[in-house]
Ligand binder design. Structure first.
Ligand SMILES: [Zn+2]
Length: 430
């Protein structure tokens, strides 16, 4: 930090109104009649959002560069050229009928952090980089956390580039079409830390009347595709003992998922979200049902147990129903704890500013989860109305946005002005 003294944390205020205005400015790009946004990744509307973001960053004196998967990094130099940057940001793409704040909050709050530093005439020791990750939502190309996933080495760039949307447009073609295929390779570079402010997308903070969530990590997940195969037969002529009803089997498996979830108390999550019944005729006993199942839990060991228990118990149900059940495990994601020192900065800043908080494990996937594989990471959650997200009615209060942004500011400045250790932690091994 320039100067000999660091001003007291509470004297450095972000501008809540300017933050809100910038959120509304971004929300106008791809605005839907019901008050949400439709800014699908790498679409023309996404380009508009990106162009606007770039212009706002350049107006704030930031240098913007773009990597090979379209991730945008807006840099503010520090006083110590030897230090790796403190990163912060989120994503500007949205679901097809998404809300104004999912992702945009973290990006525009990051811009507000930069603008506040300008207002205060402060230069941090470490450089700062505000990130807009490409295609967090996965709504268009079917791969969520795409930009951060490629950057972190979770996804192979060549494979991702050929992924297609429903019209057959590839990621590579879409990047070229909007002019956001950058020259810098998308891979981890040495960074001090990463902070992401995001709406909770769930009801816990609001229910408990907390202003902010101190996110300690993301939960482990396991996903399956299931196919139950019985026999199509006449609804009127087939007696009970002759039925091999694939839908009865699937329905009992849905109940099994719910029971296994509830047996794990408050932390349990288990969902069957998709089901296709064949032949789907009112007078035919269903011979085939294709469906999905997933469990999530903060404790990875619990997911390990579920990954064994669920297929076994689902198998017993299928046998009872005279149905063949195939399970394919699609994805097993480990729990991702965030960096204790970064999480503590968020905790301390919130306490110093007098905000009520709660420690929370992220139920959703976020770019931060992949970034955390290479860079010490923490997240801040703000409540959202009725816990509603991925919905045009998604809503937060200006004061909630400002509180989250203020904590982001404090955490970033603390980290960038000398609280980082210089042991090289956070520098990825090439
Ligand atoms: Zn998001």
């Amino acid at each position: 930090m320039d100067g000999t003294t660091t001003p007291a944390a509470t004297n450095r205020r972000i501008d809540g109104k300017r933050l809100w205005d910038s959120l509304m400015e971004m929300a106008a790009i791809g605005a839907t009649p019901k008050g949400g946004v439709r800014r699908l990744a790498l679409s023309g509307v996404d380009r508009e959002g990106r162009d606007r973001f770039r212009a706002l960053c350049e107006a704030a004196g930031l240098r913007v560069r773009v990597d090979g998967i379209g991730n945008m990094f807006a840099r503010r130099e520090g006083t110590d050229p030897g230090r790796p940057p403190v990163l912060f940001g989120s994503h500007l793409d949205s679901q097809p009928s998404g809300g104004k704040f999912d992702g945009a909050l973290g990006v525009m709050a990051g811009l507000e952090v930069m603008r506040t530093l300008d207002d205060l005439g402060l230069r941090t020791e470490a450089p700062l980089e505000l990130v807009n990750w490409t295609d967090e939502e996965g709504a268009r190309f079917g791969r969520s956390l795409m930009g951060s996933g490629v950057w972190a080495g979770v996804y192979d760039p060549a494979t991702v580039e050929t992924a297609q949307d429903l019209d057959g447009t590839t990621v590579g073609a879409a990047l070229d079409a909007i002019g956001y295929r950058g020259t810098e390779p998308a891979r981890p570079f040495p960074a001090d830390s990463y902070f992401e402010l995001h709406i909770e997308q769930g009801p816990i903070l609001e229910r408990e009347g907390k202003q902010l969530g101190v996110v300690t990590g993301a939960q482990a997940q396991v996903w399956w595709d299931l196919v139950a195969t019985g026999q199509d037969s006449h609804a009127g002529t087939t007696p009970p003992d002759a039925r091999r009803d694939a839908l009865v089997c699937a329905a009992r498996v849905v109940d099994l998922v719910d029971r296994m979830m509830r047996a794990r108390g408050d932390a349990g999550r288990g969902t069957v979200g998709q089901m296709q019944v064949l032949p789907n005729s009112r007078n035919v006993i269903p011979g085939e049902v294709r469906f999905t199942a997933e469990f999530r839990h903060p404790d990875e060991a619990e997911i390990g147990r579920l990954a064994v228990q669920f297929p076994r118990e689902a198998g017993f149900i299928a046998r009872d129903c005279g149905v063949r059940l195939e399970l394919t495990e699609l994805l097993r994601m480990p729990a991702q704890p965030f960096d204790p020192a970064c999480v503590d900065l968020v905790r301390q800043a919130s306490a110093r500013l007098g905000y009520s908080t709660r420690e929370i494990v992220s139920g959703a996937g976020h770019d931060a989860v992949y970034v955390a594989r290479h860079v010490p990471t923490a997240m801040i959650f703000t409540p959202c109305k009725d816990g509603l997200s991925h919905n045009e009615a998604e809503s937060i209060e200006p004061g909630e946005a400002a509180a989250g942004c203020q904590v982001l500011f404090e955490a970033v400045v603390a980290r960038a002005c000398g609280m980082a250790d210089h042991s090289g932690r956070g520098v990825p091994q090439r």
